[in-house]
Structure formats: C-alpha cells, structure tokens
Design a protein. Structure first.
Length: 198
C-alpha cells in the first residue's frame, strides 16, 4: 500500500509541476525553508495538497515541496519535514524522501541544524556527513518489506557519497566557506542530549 501512496504523490508532483522527472532532491532544515522559492523557475506545492504527504508540526518548517531548475536540471526541494518526536510513524517521516525517489531523484542532499561534539567543530561550521549512528532503535525498513522500495537489507557502506562530499567541498571553497567532515548521531528528541549522551 505504501508504494502505491508514494506513486500517487510522485504522479501528483509531476502533473502539477509539468516536470516528469527530477534528478536530485534537497531537504532543507531549520531556518532554510525560504531558500527554496529563490531558485530559478520555482513551482511551489503545499504538502497539504499532495496526496498522502504529512505536514510539519514544528515552527519554522513550512511544509512545501518546490520543483526548480538548477544548472538546467529539475530538482525537488522539500522545505520543512516531519519528525518522529512529533508522533509521526517512520513511514511518514521518510514519505518525502521516498516521494522524491519515486519522482526520479537519485541523489538527495539533507540539511539540518545540529550540535557538534568534536574538538574540530565550532558553532556555524558546515559539516559533510561521512557516516551515521542511529541510537533511536527506529528504522523505516521495519515491517513488511516491499522490494519495489529497495532491498530488505540495504548496504550501508556508502550512504554518504564521497563524490558528493567532494563536490560540496569544492563548491564551498569557491565561496570561501570551509567544509568539515563528521559522523552524525541520530537521537530521538525532542529533548537535547544529556551530558552523558554526548
């Protein structure tokens, strides 16, 4: 059933934007949502108008999907997202990214605001994720497997593409911004981590 819901959402996006496929996706984190509509040829759809799409309950997460042209290529931008700490099921939390994949996105760039615990990090640093640690015990693949959405046991050795990190670092360097690397730890929230956890 989830596959069909995702296909319906992706078909709606294609129909409403007039763009049959999008090569890449961008998920904007806190404070970045307004960036989406500044992109060339932006077409904005409210999440509430897309069949099956969950809508954010967090202040600052606008809840819109934007189809835009970047470098002559169609890109899907998710401005706002839903979180497990809001009470959403994992299938809802990944609905946007899965819809982007169904709409043709083979590369998705995720952004968010996060704290850093490494001595090499300072507030405001741009950090490219090299790997992650899931300490929540939650996973969107738990439950009945639908092979149309991917394998039961996906390989996790190259989730964060070295090529994309390299391109990010090169683009940032051109603008004078340094990019650091780090491992992302996913805590459930909504509280911040305790001193023992960090």
């Amino acid at each position: 059933m989830i596959y069909e819901e995702l296909q319906t959402a992706a078909d709606h996006v294609a129909r409403e934007t007039g763009r049959e496929s999008h090569g890449a996706g961008l998920v904007l984190g806190s404070g970045l949502s307004s960036y989406a509509t500044t992109l060339p040829d932006a077409i904005e759809l409210s999440y509430s108008d897309i069949p099956g799409f969950p809508t954010p309950r967090v202040e600052g997460h606008s809840g819109s999907l934007v189809s835009a042209m970047v470098g002559g290529h169609p890109v899907l931008v998710l401005a706002g997202r839903v979180h497990t700490y809001e009470g959403w099921e994992m299938s809802d939390v990944v609905f946007g990214v899965r819809t982007a994949a169904m709409a043709g996105c083979r590369t998705v760039i995720l952004t968010n605001a996060a704290g850093g615990v490494g001595d090499h990090l300072a507030p405001g640093d741009l950090v490219a994720i090299t790997d992650h640690i899931n300490v929540t015990g939650r996973n969107p693949l738990v439950g009945a497997n639908d092979s149309r959405l991917g394998p039961r046991f996906p390989d996790q050795t190259n989730v964060y593409s070295a090529r994309v990190r390299s391109l990010t670092a090169a683009a940032a360097q051109e603008t004078g911004v340094a990019v650091k690397e780090g491992v992302y730890a996913w805590f459930l929230g909504p509280t911040y981590e305790t001193p023992a956890e960090i």
